[in-house]
Design a protein around this ligand. Structure first.
Ligand SMILES: [Zn+2]
Length: 352
């Protein structure tokens, strides 16, 4: 079972499905859930890297009297999850372990395909999902962690009552897709259907699935931008990577985009006062500058800068794809605020 889930993780850990430390995978028997560690990449999973969790202990989370305060609640969740980890596989489990555990299916693979996010991050998402994928479970946006786990558990139970079986696919608004199945073939068939149906839907809507971008700036220009960014942000702009100009998303669209590229791109001039005004108002340095001549991702290392640029490009592509379903839908301020202060995401960001 671990060999199979490792193979599936590598297969669906490729760029078409996921970037950075996004997505997670699991397998289970009656007593144990094996889950991907937090902040690691799906593509590099092996049979030995999964964290084993006691399912009965993990299920205690569903019975908790949860504090109303989000910080206290998530701390309690973290403790409960830690007590469920078996001593032979120490580490920090993906925060989505309780969601995986709520499924009866043996294998669950959750990823963030760009083609599917064109739907989950759109105004017409629920209607389009019902039309393109009848018989799936759609989850309207809810904060990840405890709230998501509880909602999924309840909705899975209701779905089973109505349909006499578990859904094979679960779509999360402003997040993406979970595929569940008892065999590797069922997981592959699920993803095959997602990619084929989405590709067809964009073709029918006349929406090009490739990112439209201008010519990338010259090395000399990148060096000039880097020098200006460093005046304002110091070592937060130690590395600057650039691509051609694109039409960026104008706000946060999913938890991963928010973690790796921040909620908002910077769109002003390179004057130090203007750059610092962003930081004063938002409380953190931007990771992406969208300038008329290029898109610049930056951070303390090449890896951070590269991921920021990749997620900003992905968000631009999703903004365009969402035209097939009524246009882009950004996350609410409340959803953004929760994620910007959530310890789990700070941890994931540090793992980079
Ligand atoms: Zn996810």
């Amino acid at each position: 079972m671990l060999d199979i889930i490792a193979r599936l993780s590598q297969e669906f850990g490729q760029g078409q499905y996921v970037m950075g430390g996004g997505g997670n995978s699991s397998c289970k028997d009656a007593a144990t859930l094996w889950i991907k560690p937090s902040g690691t990449t799906l593509a590099k999973m092996t049979a030995k890297s999964f964290i084993a969790m006691d399912r009965a202990r993990l299920a205690r989370l569903y019975e908790l009297a949860a504090p109303a305060d989000a910080t206290a609640r998530e701390a309690l969740v973290k403790d409960t999850m830690e007590t469920a980890i078996k001593p032979e596989t120490p580490g920090r489990a993906s925060v989505e372990a309780p969601v995986h555990n709520a499924f009866e299916a043996r294998f669950v693979v959750h990823t963030h395909p760009t083609l599917a996010n064109g739907l989950t991050c759109s105004l017409g998402g629920p209607a389009a999902a019902a039309r393109l994928f009848p018989g799936i479970l759609w989850i309207s946006y809810v904060d990840p962690g405890y709230s998501l786990a509880m909602r999924v558990r309840r909705e899975l139970a209701e779905f089973k009552k109505r349909h006499g079986r578990e859904p094979r696919m679960m779509w999360l608004e402003n997040h993406d897709v979970f595929i569940a199945g008892d065999s590797a073939d069922e997981i592959r068939a699920g993803y095959g259907e997602v990619i084929a149906s989405m590709t067809r839907a964009y073709a029918e809507a006349g929406v090009d699935t490739a990112l439209s971008e201008g010519v990338a700036p010259s090395t000399a220009r990148v060096a000039e931008v880097k020098a200006r960014l460093q005046v304002a942000f110091g070592k937060d702009a130690a590395s600057v990577l650039a691509g051609g100009p694109v039409l960026c998303a104008a706000g946060p669209i999913s938890p991963d985009h928010l973690v790796y590229a921040k909620s908002f791109v910077y769109e002003g001039t390179l004057e130090v006062e203007a750059l610092r005004a962003y930081m004063t108002r938002r409380g953190y340095a931007p990771r992406v500058a969208s300038l008329p001549d290029g898109l610049y991702g930056f951070g303390p290392s090449d890896k951070v800068a590269g991921l920021a640029l990749a997620f900003a490009r992905d968000a631009a592509r999703i903004r365009h794809l969402a035209r097939a379903f009524g246009g882009i839908q950004y996350m609410t301020d409340a959803a953004r605020d929760f994620l910007e202060h959530w310890e789990v995401e700070t941890y994931r960001e540090k793992q980079v």
